[in-house]
Design a protein. Sequence first.
Length: 502
Amino acid sequence: MSRVTRRRFVTNTLAAGAGLMSAPAFLRAQGSNDKIGVAVIGAGGRGGSHVNAWMSDSRTNITVIVDVDPKNGNSKCDAVERKQKFRPVLVKDMRTALEHPNVDVISTATPNHWHALCGIWAMQAGKDAYIEKPICHNVWEGSALIAAAKKYGRMCQVGTQCRSSAAVQAAVKFMDAGGIGEVNFARGLCYKRRASIGSLGDYKIPDSIDFNLWSGPAQYTDPKLTRERFHYNWHWQRMYGNGDLGNQGPHQTDIARWGLGLDRHPNTIISYGGRLGYQAERKDETYVDAGDTANTEVSIYDYGDKCIVFETRGLSVNDSDDQELNMLFQSTKGNKIGVVFYGSEGYLVQRSYSHCIAYDKDMKMIKEFKGGGDHFGNFLDAVTSRKADVLNADARVGHLSAAVSHLGNISYYLGEGNHVSPSEASKQLDKIKSLDDDGATLDRTVKHLQKNGVDIGKYPISMGPLLRFDPEKEVFPESPEATKLLTRDYREGFVCPTADKV
Ligand SMILES: NC(=O)c1ccc[n+]([C@@H]2O[C@H](COP(=O)([O-])OP(=O)(O)OC[C@H]3O[C@@H](n4cnc5c(N)ncnc54)[C@H](O)[C@@H]3O)[C@@H](O)[C@H]2O)c1
């Protein structure tokens, strides 16, 4: 960060943070010793896991908590104070935390639309950054983070913690050594039940929340809230979140890419799906849910000689009749979240953070992998050694894996309203290049919707365009409207710079 910018940002933010933090507390610099000072930014559900992780590592002190909602912030400060024996400073503007003398690293679990700008500001201010997945809300923000980490010489880790899981590491190694033969295709699954978030409406923003700061790089909506629950359900509104393809998805898109050895973006992408089934769920044909991301989505990524298919299902996945997947996951009921690798000699399934199974062609188990890991600890190893190659999931890993989600959503968003019958969808899929049996995947998806009471004639799926991507230049050469969705319109004061301007 330039000196001028830095000075301006201190002046602005000390004023902005003053409501929650008294100057003497700020200046006292509690927690100053030889430990790594951490600022946890975003003290909601996941922020709680960050707090616990840092408190259980003897190398760190949590010196600052940042939240625009004092209720969440104070409850985490209480928890830290109980265990750490001194209370972190609570501020509501992350820029204030970046000026704190005892903050060496930031760990951010804000909503997705804040991730990249938060990470870039932190690295410009000389801090290392642990950033939750997806590392960015759009593709160009991801390349900006890579550039910032390089320019400012900072450690930047994305929160795809499976990268530090002993089970997944060993399973990938096993595949690399030919354990299931040649592997060119992976199917990521996010079959995770997500009920409706309530009807689209005009709801009150809780008085205590600084909605200007919460909105940050996203559009400031008046202020107006169209969803009932303020926290968490932003995941299903595309202005802030990225649907489940970009929520749970980045864990699995990351493992799929890692297992296939794909250190690049795909060449083409196509997605189809919809936000379907909530009318049947609510027994009201006119019901409009407040979310605008897909709850049912199939995205197909062609990497030339390799392919990833990602399936998102938010309706009930109980009693699924997807027989092959049931066998591989050893379950017919409940959520299925994981990755299946299809090899010439067998299959490998990542079925949880700490459990993978390899099968032969007859689906006989040939090897099991178990064990978790410490992703936060891995970040600290890099912070203390100043060696970026120690990181299990650096900014580039985060960017490429988040981009899988973002690119899939771009095709879906552009196809919204292009309603197709299953037979029309099948004809369009016949034209694309893929290592999957796309017709069979479509059939399974349609059956799943019907099983959940979706009248496909009345509520059809939408088919996105097949988009050709330039993996090096990060543009869609034939689609300016798709290229536009690789970034967003930022608000003044919250502009995330592009990679050449960090
Ligand atoms: N790695 C994982 O396994 C994992 C698990 C869950 C969530 N996550 C990620 O963590 C992030 C947070 O998810 P969540 O479920 O905790 O969401 P949440 O809505 O429950 O919490 C977000 C918190 O951030 C605060 N916040 C919003 N804007 C802020 C800002 N500008 N500065 C400071 N605080 C701000 C909110 O007030 C809230 O307390 C998401 O990006 C999600 O993808 C990762």
